[in-house]
Design a protein around this ligand. Structure first.
Ligand code: SF4
Length: 348
């Protein structure tokens, strides 16, 4: 297939692929050829012998949420008896426990609960960062956008206060597939593409970098996948705040949306596509948490250079991940690489 070979050669030469070229690769290239090129590009950008990992604790400060994404079983009605908002003491206890287990970073996310006062976030961020010395990555774009509205502040003003209180980076979450067709199916009350990108741009401009991701395995079309990657690449050209990119697949949490089985080759092809298409993002993360260890290991030979690990608490996804630092190091060594611990912002 000469056209495919030419496109892969173009990527190997460091030339950017257009969206129609990305689409052609996704539709027609064999995953093994994609993985080969993905791995070669990874080796050019990152130390071929090293795979990085990190250690953080996820703290979901509330499970109350009014956004009602069809794939999410985590949200709860604010009025429901099962809804919770963690107290500052509960947050502190979780962070102290994380430190004792070797994690010095916190991923701090809700629910979107507009009844929580701003001071709660400022106190939590300050306690986690200034008192306990943790790096805090927190708040998806929908949380930032809704809280700015609720507190009657501009997004830059809110980010400025959160950063001064201790926020160190943002997860870039809540963008499963950034096309209008998929947003209307999955999360019609989340931010549309332009708004999601605008919030991420403000975060990056405020000195709050982070990651981005794609979640696939519903009834998305190939055009939706490429459209999503293209939106991320365009935003990255503008603000350069995405340190890494993580491909995930949907988990069967609810019966309110269509979910299909994503095969191993399809996941690996996506890892390779991310490495090839996102020529301006330095790191691609493999996930043992969602994909299991066997596929995560193969992902390290398909374009990924980092293990999204290890997470001490995960409420949203069922865990198949690496449960300790030694488990992460052992996994990386057995995969054929030297493990290197990194921070959430990929600092040494
Ligand atoms: S995915 Fe996030 S925003 Fe959507 S319903 Fe669940 S908790 Fe709320």
């Amino acid at each position: 297939m000469p056209k495919i070979a030419a496109l892969l050669e173009k990527a190997l030469q460091g030339e950017r692929l257009s969206s129609s070229e990305g689409l052609l690769l996704w539709n027609e290239a064999h995953w093994t050829r994609m993985a080969e090129v993905g791995h070669a590009l990874r080796n050019r950008k990152q130390d071929p012998g090293t795979v990085s990992y990190t250690a953080y604790r996820l703290i979901n400060y509330t499970n109350a949420c009014d956004v009602d994404c069809s794939f999410c079983s985590f949200q709860d009605e604010v009025a429901s008896s099962r809804a919770y908002v963690l107290s500052l003491d509960e947050i502190r206890a979780k962070a102290v426990e994380a430190k004792s287990l070797g994690a010095d970073q916190i991923l701090f996310q809700g629910g979107v609960h507009v009844g929580i006062p701003k001071q709660y976030y400022l106190d939590a961020l300050s306690m986690l960062h200034h008192e306990l010395g943790m790096h805090v990555r927190g708040f998806s774009p929908i949380e930032i956008s809704r809280y700015a509205q609720t507190f009657k502040m501009s997004i830059p003003a809110l980010l400025g206060e959160f950063k001064a209180a201790g926020l160190g980076s943002v997860p870039g979450a809540g963008a499963e597939i950034l096309t209008e067709r998929m947003r209307l199916k999955l999360s019609p009350r989340k931010l549309p593409l332009e708004d999601w990108c605008a919030v991420m741009g403000e975060c990056h401009r405020a000195g709050l970098p982070g990651s981005a991701n794609i979640v696939f395995g519903s009834d998305e079309l190939p055009e939706d996948l490429i459209g999503h990657l293209d939106a991320i690449r365009t935003q990255q050209d503008l603000t350069q705040g995405f340190k890494s990119f993580v491909p995930w697949i949907f988990q069967p949490q609810t019966k309110r949306f269509f979910i299909r089985h994503v095969t191993g080759p399809e996941y690996l092809k996506m890892v390779a596509l991310c490495r090839i298409y996102l020529d301006n993002i330095a790191h691609i993360e493999a996930s043992a948490l969602v994909m299991g260890k066997d596929l995560a290991e193969l992902a390290l030979y398909s374009g990924a250079d980092d293990m999204n690990s290890y997470v001490i608490e995960e409420n949203v996804l069922r865990s198949k991940g690496l449960s300790s630092e030694s488990a992460a190091q052992k996994f990386i060594r057995e995969a054929g690489f030297s493990p290197k611990r990194r921070s959430l912002n990929f600092d040494e």
